[in-house]
Design a protein around this ligand. Structure first.
Ligand code: MN
Length: 128
């Protein structure tokens, strides 16, 4: 079976390490420290799912998502928003923007993260 490829778009190295530590045994992970590099890289190494930080330099996560949804090669990929500053109404706001799911940082609940990823991958394959 082809390993599942995730793209992790996150400018904070500590947060990247944390997510890597949780997920590296299960998935192939391409790391990107900003949205520009992510869009360039994902065009070549197309991920099965994206973990996308909202607060990024140069281009924020919502703009990265917008550009993905406008790109025929990337538009169908499930995207999970990651944000550090949880506020009331965030969940609805991010889902209405077109994110498939929303999680707050720091990610500490390994089961919740993996469960969310697996659920979205199953939906994408038409099994959910
Ligand atoms: Mn950030």
């Amino acid at each position: 079976m082809t390993p599942v490829r995730l793209a992790l778009v996150e400018d904070n190295p500590d947060n990247r390490l944390l997510v890597q530590a949780i997920l590296e045994d299960r998935y192939d992970i391409d790391e990107y420290e900003n949205g520009v590099l992510a869009l360039e890289g994902m065009a070549v190494r197309v991920p099965d799912l994206v973990l996308l930080d909202i607060s990024l330099p140069e281009m924020d996560g919502t703009e990265v998502l917008e550009r993905m949804r406008a790109d025929a090669g990337l538009r169908e990929i499930p995207v999970i928003a990651l944000t550090a500053h949880a506020m009331t109404g965030d969940r609805e706001r991010f889902l209405s923007l077109g994110f498939d799911h929303y999680m707050t940082k720091p990610i500490v609940d390994e089961e919740a993260l993996v469960g969310t990823i697996e659920g979205l991958l199953r939906e994408r394959r038409g099994e959910g």
